[in-house]
Design a protein around this ligand. Structure first.
Ligand code: ADP
Ligand code: MG
Length: 144
């Protein structure tokens, strides 16, 4: 169990933080990103994807409607999920989460805490708190 806490004061700082946190998240890993809408979850993923070399930060967009975006391949694969629109464990079954996990990828899951089956499998969480218009605290908890 380890915990790391940071403050950022702009979206660019959160992207840069993603680059640092990527070093603490060697795959395979399933990490829940927890925080309100607009807290900065997708912004952090931009920085992680760029640091992994699987996408430029401006290519990473919210998987709001498609639920999953996949970046990279092979050992450097990132799955970014946003489960805000899903309601039931049953709906999760159509996503193929197990295949993603078996691929050995890094999985970053917004709203994963809604689903007990995901919470039980997660290696940790990144918690976002909006402390001002442009300020956020970002805390990584690694539980495994
Ligand atoms: P989420 O995925 O949590 O819903 P997004 O990352 O999509 O949130 O959006 C965060 C919004 O907040 C963006 O419009 C971003 O420009 C803005 N923002 C302002 N300050 C910050 C900050 N310190 N970190 C991240 N985003 C910030
Ligand atoms: Mg988002």
């Amino acid at each position: 169990m380890s915990e790391y806490s940071f403050t950022t004061n702009s979206a660019d700082e959160t992207i840069a933080l993603g680059g640092e946190l990527a070093k603490l998240l060697p795959p395979p890993k399933l990490i829940i990103l927890r925080g309100d809408l607009g807290a900065g979850k997708t912004t952090l993923v931009k920085g992680i994807a760029a640091a992994l070399g699987v996408a430029n930060s401006d290519e990473v967009t919210s998987p709001t409607f498609t639920l999953v975006h996949e970046y990279g391949s092979g050992a450097a694969r990132l799955y970014h999920l946003d489960l805000y629109r899903l309601e039931t464990e049953r709906e999760l079954l159509t996503l193929g989460l197990e295949e993603m996990e078996d691929s050995g990828a890094l999985m970053l899951v917004e709203w994963g805490e809604k689903f007990p089956s995901i919470a039980a499998r997660a290696d940790g969480e990144i918690i976002f708190e909006r402390t001002g218009e442009h300020s956020r605290t970002v805390t990584l908890h690694l539980t495994k």
